[in-house]
Design a protein. Structure first.
Ligand code: C2E
Ligand code: MG
Ligand code: MG
Ligand code: MG
Length: 284
């Protein structure tokens, strides 16, 4: 009896692994075709200064226009793209797209900065930083208008050579941000040594600041730590006005979250920023 049950589980276990493997293989193949066809689209989420109340920039977020499944969110394919290495090609597409779109906005008078996400597998490529410089030079966009986001764990594992490239890009005006801070294992000495402008708090840190005194104590301490090393603090996934008020009182500089605006495709984003501008002018 026990033996047959065990055998059944064993069979199911293998079947599950096989299915998971098959999905990975299918997704990798589909991603290769998607890169060739350019089946991707960027969404843009505004960031607001908690000090001035103005839109100060945006983050570019990748979406996959899947021919069969429709719009697919990054969490459903970025991890596979990273494992297989195809993230490098996807990342190249993202950089080219962000550069050309930001170039258009810049010529049309948008002065906000645009942040985008970098996977650790991308910076391993020797020509990564050259490609970034080339893309924005070609699009006539000053490096001071871009921000590169590295997750906390990615930032902790990059080589000294990559750190030097990051520092040089920053010297030339680009901003460097740490994403999802508070989820990795930060080496605080490394954090102090990083060429860094902004730190984005992980949503899990702020999720219950309205109800939990402990959560508030932790967030306040983290904000103090970040500001103590001369970095700006960005709170991500802020969903309520109460959260934003608490964060402002704690000295958080910038918020990005549904309370303010969701990620939007380009046309909607441009209209949204236009309206936000008019709003700011009519208040002033
Ligand atoms: P991330 O860089 O931390 O981006 C923030 C995520 O939080 C986005 O999810 C955004 O839509 C979501 N978010 C913003 N405000 C709120 C809110 O108020 N509530 C909630 N619940 N969520 C909010 P998204 O677009 O699904 O992206 C997920 C992750 O995928 C990103 O996390 C980033 O790590 C990765 N990703 C996105 N685009 C790219 C890309 O171009 N390249 C790479 N390498 N990774 C990317
Ligand atoms: Mg990000
Ligand atoms: Mg994040
Ligand atoms: Mg993330």
């Amino acid at each position: 009896h026990a033996k047959s049950r065990g055998g059944g589980q064993h069979f199911l276990f293998n079947a599950g692994l096989a299915a998971e493997h098959q999905e990975k293989v299918d997704t990798e193949k589909a991603l290769t075709e998607a890169v060739q066809r350019g089946d991707f689209v960027m969404a843009f989420q505004p960031q607001m200064s908690l000090v001035t109340g103005e839109v100060c920039g945006a983050e570019a977020l990748l979406r996959w226009n899947h021919p069969r499944d429709g719009l697919r969110m990054p969490n459903s394919f970025i991890p596979i793209a990273e494992k297989t290495g195809i993230i490098a090609e996807i990342g190249d597409w993202v950089i080219g797209e962000v550069a050309s779109i930001l170039g258009n906005w810049h010529r049309n008078g948008f002065r906000g900065r645009l942040a985008f996400n970098i996977s650790p597998r991308q910076v391993d490529r020797a020509d990564f930083f050259l490609k970034v410089r080339q893309a924005f030079a070609d699009a006539d966009v000053p490096l001071s208008l871009i921000e590169l986001e590295f997750t906390e764990s990615a930032a902790m594992e990059v080589s000294e050579a990559v750190l030097a490239e990051i520092a040089s890009l920053r010297d030339d005006g680009a901003r460097i941000a740490i994403d999802d801070f508070g989820t990795g294992y930060s080496n605080l000495a490394r954090l102090r040594a990083m060429p860094l402008d902004r730190v984005k708090l992980d949503p899990s840190l702020i999720a219950d600041i309205e109800t939990s005194e402990k959560a508030r104590v932790v967030v306040q301490a983290v904000i103090q730590l970040i500001k103590g090393v001369d970095c700006e603090v960005v709170a991500e996934a802020v969903e309520t006005v109460a959260q934003a008020d608490i964060l402002r009182a704690m000295g958080c500089d910038t918020v990005q979250g549904f309370v303010f605006a969701e990620p939007m495709f380009e046309e909607e984003f441009v209209a949204w920023v236009g309206n936000a501008d008019r709003g700011a002018r009519s208040v002033a």
